[in-house]
Design a protein around this ligand. Structure first.
Ligand SMILES: [Fe+2]
Length: 148
């Protein structure tokens, strides 16, 4: 990983559950790809941006549901609040997808910067809360098996 990356994983982001960390790494990779598509101002770039945006939406949906199921299984008390944060984010992303598809001028660069900011803050702060709750209460191996 070079330091010229737009968004990169850091070990301090770890929530202590490898399967979740891998999912977060995938989110970071998709955001990096989206940024690269942004840099390409051609028709191909636009097509690629659309494709990666769909991949990202699908992956976010899968990942949030994996996290929410895990939080439910471990009885994490912050679940309702956490779920709301996920919902607000999904709503915003879907709005942008809709704008983009209706040909309305979205500024891909601004959108990608928003994504980076949200994802990193969420991983580095919000997800740490269920991470430390989970790893305090259960052995690592048990936790890994709880993640879909
Ligand atoms: Fe989360």
């Amino acid at each position: 990983m070079g330091d010229d990356r737009f968004i990169a994983w850091k070990d301090t982001y770890s929530v202590g559950i490898s399967k979740i960390d891998e999912q977060h790494q995938e989110l970071i990779n998709l955001t990096q790809l989206l940024y690269q598509a942004c840099l390409n101002g051609t028709e191909t770039g636009r097509f690629y941006f659309k494709k990666v945006m769909h991949d990202l939406v699908n992956y976010v949906t899968f990942h949030f549901s994996a996290e929410e199921k895990l939080m439910e299984k471990i009885g994490f008390p912050g679940l309702p609040e956490h779920k709301k944060e996920h919902e607000r984010f999904v709503k915003k992303v879907l709005e942008e997808v809709k704008n983009f598809e209706s040909g309305r001028a979205i500024v891909p660069n601004t959108f990608v910067r928003y994504l980076r900011e949200w994802i990193l803050t969420h991983i580095a702060k919000t997800d740490q809360q269920y991470g430390s709750y989970a790893t305090k209460g259960k052995p690592k191996k048990v936790l890994e098996d709880l993640v879909i």
